[in-house]
Design a binder for this molecule. Structure first.
Ligand SMILES: [Zn+2]
Length: 253
């Protein structure tokens, strides 16, 4: 399986990072895409790719950090993206839930990163919270990279899922699909099917139901796979295989 969204460089993994990574093979993790949230953090994200062939990374600026970017941030990201380990731009997007950065800054920094992804021909890892309409308006009017990318931790309804899928994006599905109250996300998965889904943990965040309140990690994707298999009345292996294929096509194709 492929975990398309990790933050293994975060301090929550300082104690056992190398141990977790060394178990990837036995845990059936083909690779992870480790995601940066600002310029300095993206450097750290790239740095830990040295620990294993199974760690690739994304470099980018999260909407919360949009107000803090240096003027030359796009050039700095472009430099980082010269490494063959960098397989996506992100996470970038819009978060109007907390508006930690002003919406205007979020829009500007998002649009500039879409342009960067397009010019480098790398897919986008898009963070959207309480901003599906606005994010869709931007993505549908900008020139997108050929491979589009992932709407990470997708959390809206089928109507919005369909719109982003029609633009060519995949939906990132993780721990929240296992939560008893999240029937609406399971409904989305049921209607969308495996063709348009990739798996992700967003670790250390968003652990699946059995580990709520604890730290998430890539091997817990198995609970996400089990839930999706149940929802689609298919086998664990089929879910694992198809989502892995989707991730390989997007990040290694
Ligand atoms: Zn994340």
């Amino acid at each position: 399986m492929v975990d398309t969204h990790t933050h293994l460089h975060f301090r929550q993994f300082n104690e056992d990072r190398t141990e977790i990574i060394s178990r990837f093979e036995e845990d059936r993790i083909d690779f992870v895409v480790n995601v940066g949230v600002d310029l300095e953090d993206s450097k750290k994200s790239l740095e830990i790719t040295k620990l294993s062939d199974r760690i690739l990374c994304a470099v980018g600026v999260h909407p919360h950090e949009a107000k803090n970017v240096p003027e030359n941030f796009i050039e700095e990201l472009r430099k980082l993206a010269r490494s063959e380990k960098v397989v996506a731009i992100g996470e970038t997007g819009l978060d109007f839930f907390r508006n930690i950065s002003p919406p205007e800054d979020q829009r500007r920094v998002f649009i500039e990163q879409i342009g960067l992804a397009r010019s480098l021909d790398l897919p986008l890892i898009v963070h959207v919270r309480e901003a599906y309409e606005e994010a869709y308006a931007i993505l549908s009017s900008e020139d997108l990279p050929e491979k589009k990318g992932v709407i990470h931790a997708f959390s809206s309804n089928y109507e919005w899922a369909k719109k982003f899928i029609d633009l060519g994006f995949l939906l990132g599905i993780g721990g929240p699909v296992t939560y008893p109250k999240n029937e609406s996300l399971r409904e989305v998965v049921k209607k969308v099917g495996l063709e348009h889904i990739v798996l992700e943990t967003d670790c250390p965040f968003l652990p699946p139901q059995p580990f709520r309140g604890k730290r998430n990690e890539p091997k817990y994707l198995k609970y996400v796979i089990e839930t999706i298999a149940g929802v689609l009345s298919t086998s664990y292996l089929i879910v694992e295989e198809r989502t892995t294929e989707n991730a390989f096509k997007l990040f290694k194709g």
